[in-house]
Design a binder for this molecule. Structure first.
Ligand SMILES: Cc1cc2nc3c(=O)[nH]c(=O)nc-3n(C[C@H](O)[C@H](O)[C@H](O)COP(=O)(O)OP(=O)(O)OC[C@H]3O[C@@H](n4cnc5c(N)ncnc54)[C@H](O)[C@@H]3O)c2cc1C
Length: 503
């Protein structure tokens, strides 16, 4: 294989890598993104999926991050309306939490930082028992607040950022591990290993971005680069786990439950039939791929839930769990909750060629983080290219002024034969790109092989052709969350249809 040259090589296909690749490719840089596994297979598929300022970060006086996150929440509600939406959160008062005046002050500050927003303002609720969303709560929770924040599809955000990057010319290579970096004749020589073909090869790049999330320090150690840099940020790996229960409440509201240890646990209606409860924070050592909810974490989440809700849940009620690992930039704080979720963008100045590492950060702020990384990269490789992502819809989001309801109604008229449940799922996952899934199809039978539970060959074909799906898990857990719903039979049908498409 001949050695190709790129302006930028992005290592890691989580939200940071995909966001950086999109931004850089849209500025006209030649970009390659390499992901050792599937896109979004790391932390970016294990988040709580909140697109939020982080009410509790106010307590730690992390005002800059809250303000930036709230600004980004607004940007994503506007530019990714298919994937990010508003959600109401009930904050019940009672038990041993903060006094109501303090919470109200916090919510006022939060609203003030949010500035002009499309989400409703918070309100206090004097009698929770008089509201449908108050009925599942234990009687000691008499009053509370309801406020709005953002919620998004984490894995689809990653995938559509990668798609947008590719449509702007980026070369996206999944199942491709970066195994080494060497500075040579004015460039980085980047060694790659293709896990499908088992081939080793190299490419050249003017600059490299280490966007390997919780693997960022491992990556630097593995490549032998800059290990002894005294200024290299110290990173603390922290695992967070979630449990998924059968749907516990009818309403669409989520709940935020402050805990005596200073954390908060969220209870969120999830994928129509489920309730998501998370998260924990536990120091982690080892390979982040091996993160798994422990019995203690599951017990902690159930205890937090049971303290607030009338109908108790047990760890064995969980039908699924997932865990992710954050890389927090260690500020020598003892409590993990007190460490900032801020992102540290680090230029390895001691190296002869530009290498930038991304440590920490939030899903919410990925776009702004990516913009800062690319600003720095273009500066280092001496090209002029202006930022653009704050105003441009993420691919699929260019519909009906960002009004998903209006878009769905319009699509219903366009595809009257498509079952409503499928139409809504397509609209929320693909936005305007659903027309690509349905290209040339005018009846249900035109969607090809039926795998069961509203999964058809046409969608799988689209995912293989345009979204790098290769395996059943790529489809069920990262291109969608269908893994929670499908039967073994549907999963087998998806696997066999996929293999006939990939072949
Ligand atoms: C439990 C939990 C809950 C969270 N909830 C929220 C939330 O609600 N809202 C919010 O804003 N943020 C949240 N976050 C934070 C957010 O999820 C992370 O900031 C974000 O996902 C990190 O993305 P990343 O791209 O840096 O890392 P990752 O998603 O982990 O991506 C890194 C990628 O690099 C790849 N890689 C590693 N080494 C190599 C190599 N040598 N070659 C090629 N590829 C490689 C990995 O396979 C991986 O896919 C949460 C985090 C956790 C842990």
């Amino acid at each position: 294989m001949s050695v190709s040259h790129y302006d930028l090589c992005v290592v890691g296909g989580g939200i940071n890598g995909a966001g950086i690749a999109r931004d850089a490719a849209g500025r006209g840089l030649s970009v390659i993104l390499v992901e050792g596994d599937d896109l979004a297979s790391g932390t970016s598929s294990a988040s709580t999926k909140l697109i939020h300022g982080g009410l509790r970060y106010l307590e730690h006086m992390n005002f800059r991050l809250v303000r930036e996150s709230l600004r980004e929440r607004e940007t994503l509600l506007r530019t990714a309306p298919h994937l990010v939406r508003g959600m109401d959160f009930v904050l019940p008062m009672g038990g041993s939490g903060h006094p109501a005046w303090k919470v109200k002050l916090g919510l006022k500050l939060y609203s003030w930082f949010a500035g002009k927003t499309r989400l409703p303002r918070f309100r206090s609720v004097q009698n929770l028992a008089g509201e449908a969303f108050g009925l599942p709560l234990r009687p000691e929770y008499k009053r509370g607040f309801v406020y709005s924040d953002g919620w998004g599809d984490d894995t689809r955000l990653v995938i559509l950022n990668a798609v947008d990057a590719a449509e702007n010319g980026a070369d996206i290579r999944t199942r491709t591990i970066c195994t080494g970096l060497k500075a040579e004749s004015g460039n980085w020589v980047v060694s790659l290993h293709d896990r499908n073909s088992q081939n080793n090869y190299s490419i050249h790049a003017s600059a490299v971005i280490n966007a390997t999330g919780p693997w960022a320090r491992r990556f630097l150690e593995g490549t032998g680069l800059d290990e002894n840099d005294p200024d290299l940020p110290k990173v603390r790996l922290v695992q967070g786990s979630h449990i998924i229960l059968p749907r516990q409440h009818k309403g669409e509201e989520s709940y935020i439950l402050p805990q005596p240890d200073g954390r908060v646990v969220f209870v969120i209606p999830y994928e129509r039939d489920f309730t998501l409860v998370g998260t924990t924070e536990v120091d982690f050592a080892g390979d982040p791929k091996d993160a798994m909810a422990s019995e203690d974490e599951m017990a902690y989440l159930c205890a937090a839930y049971n303290k607030t809700f009338k109908a108790p849940v047990l760890p064995e009620d969980a039908i699924f769990t997932f865990s992710g690992v954050r890389a927090l930039v260690d500020q020598d704080k003892k409590s993990v909750s007190a460490i900032s979720r801020d992102c540290r963008i680090y230029h390895h100045k001691r190296l002869s060629k530009p290498l930038i590492s991304v440590f920490g950060g939030k899903l919410t702020t990925y776009r702004a983080q990516a913009e800062r990384v690319v600003d720095l990269a273009v500066d280092l490789i001496k090209v002029v290219a202006d930022p653009w992502t704050a105003d441009q819809p993420l691919t699929g989001g260019e519909f009906d002024g960002g009004d998903l309801g209006a878009f769905i109604s319009r699509q219903k008229a366009r595809y009257p034969w498509l079952p409503e449940v499928l139409l809504k799922r397509y609209a929320q996952a693909y936005g305007a790109r659903m027309d690509m899934v349905l290209d040339g199809v005018d009846s249900l039978s035109g969607l090809g092989i039926y795998c069961g539970q509203h999964v058809y060959e046409a969608e799988l074909r689209y995912l293989v052709t345009h979204e790098w799906a290769q395996t059943e898990d790529d489809v069920l857990w990262r291109r969608s969350k269908l893994g929670l719903q499908v039967t073994d039979e549907t999963a087998e049908n998806i696997a066999s249809t996929l293999s006939s498409i990939v072949a």
